[in-house]
Design a protein around this ligand. Structure first.
Ligand SMILES: CC(C)(COP(=O)(O)OP(=O)(O)OC[C@H]1O[C@@H](n2cnc3c(N)ncnc32)[C@H](O)[C@@H]1OP(=O)(O)O)[C@@H](O)C(=O)NCCC(=O)NCCS
Length: 191
């Protein structure tokens, strides 16, 4: 698979002084993740873990764990994409198998996370669109998103990208000691 890039200029918020924020108009490029991106991917993942209910885990990740993850994605020919600006990585997206049986080979489940300071500026849309193109390029028929039912922002985001809600599964997981409901949304890429 050859890496695919998208480039776009977007407006991003100025720094609030608490973290290195992206510049006001950064050139954002979507590209394949490289091992050098892993510290920033880890920071984004751990920020989402600590501040949202999007990831049903209480275990922060590490660069060592993400090295194994990236190697596994590459071995399986699954893309890991980053939205990269001169100021650093703003978000990442990846996909993997939906279910293990051969009949599900045409379906992938994806995940996508954007740095808090960079949300709401079209970066998620850019990343998801590139991920869809990549998924199409290896014959994917359906993409699935599994979303915490209280994550209305992500549900809206996916709906806007053409995903439709197909299931609501009460109490199929736990986070911080409480049962969580899962919303499954899907998009048929080539109807
Ligand atoms: C959900 C997410 C990937 C969307 O990416 P994004 O770059 O913020 O989204 P875009 O700018 O491309 O699209 C904006 C739309 O996303 C939705 N959205 C979700 N969270 C948002 C946020 N924190 N700020 C602004 N928009 C958000 C809204 O529907 C928004 O459209 P609207 O303002 O007209 O309602 C991103 O907000 C994120 O990483 N959130 C935290 C982690 C998460 O929930 N990941 C998905 C798990 S399934």
């Amino acid at each position: 698979m050859s890496p695919r890039s998208n480039s776009s200029t977007v407006s991003l918020p100025r720094s609030n002084g608490k973290q290195a924020a992206p510049q006001v108009t950064d050139e954002v490029v979507v590209r394949e993740a490289e091992p050098d991106d892993l510290p920033e991917i880890v920071a984004i993942y751990n920020e989402v873990l600590a501040t949202t209910s999007a990831i049903w885990s209480e275990q922060p990740t590490s660069v060592a764990e993400r090295e194994v993850w990236l190697t596994g994605k590459r071995a399986g020919n699954y893309p890991v994409l980053v939205a990269s600006a001169p100021s650093g990585v703003l978000g990442f997206a990846t996909c993997g198998p939906f279910r293990a049986w051969p009949g599900y080979a045409g379906t992938v489940e994806h995940s996508i996370h954007i740095r808090t300071a960079a949300r709401g500026h079209g970066i998620g849309a850019m990343l998801l669109s590139s991920l869809e193109d990549r998924a199409r390029s290896f014959g994917t028929h359906v993409m699935v998103a599994g979303i915490d039912a209280t994550n209305e922002g992500s549900i809206r985001f996916h709906r806007r990208a053409g995903f439709v809600e197909v299931a609501r599964m009460p109490e199929v997981g736990q986070l911080r000691g409480t049962w969580r409901d899962l919303v499954l949304m899907q998009k048929i890429l080539d109807p």
